[in-house]
Write a protein that binds this ligand. Structure first.
Ligand SMILES: O=C(O)CC1=CCC(=O)O1
Length: 96
């Protein structure tokens, strides 16, 4: 199943530079693993915001919830999810 996920990050002002750098590195490593596994298919920065639009390809909503709630930045994110399905006018026979 494909999901569009919008993540907006809000780090608290009380977080030190070192803490921020550490959590961002852990987030990067985690996202790299999921991208290599083919579960995190797209990751795009929203221009001008500390936010991204991502496409996940997972078994179901439960798996997506598990993956998102394990994000190192999860406690500092607002996450918005939309389930996707094939558009009847799409000319692609795969899930591009
Ligand atoms: O910077 C972000 O948008 C949050 C994030 C997701 C994966 C990653 O490495 O950072």
């Amino acid at each position: 199943m494909l999901f569009r996920v919008e993540m907006t990050v809000n780090l608290p002002a009380s977080m030190t530079r070192a803490e921020a750098s550490d959590i961002k590195q852990r987030e990067r490593d985690y996202s790299h693993r999921l991208q290599r596994e083919g579960k995190w298919r797209h990751l795009w920065r929203i221009v001008g915001s500390y936010a991204n639009i991502s496409i996940f390809d997972v078994r179901d909503a439960e798996e997506l919830h598990e993956l998102l709630s394990a994000l190192p930045l999860y406690s500092y994110m607002q996450i918005n999810v939309q389930a996707l399905c094939r558009h009847p006018s799409s000319v692609y026979d795969d899930d591009r």
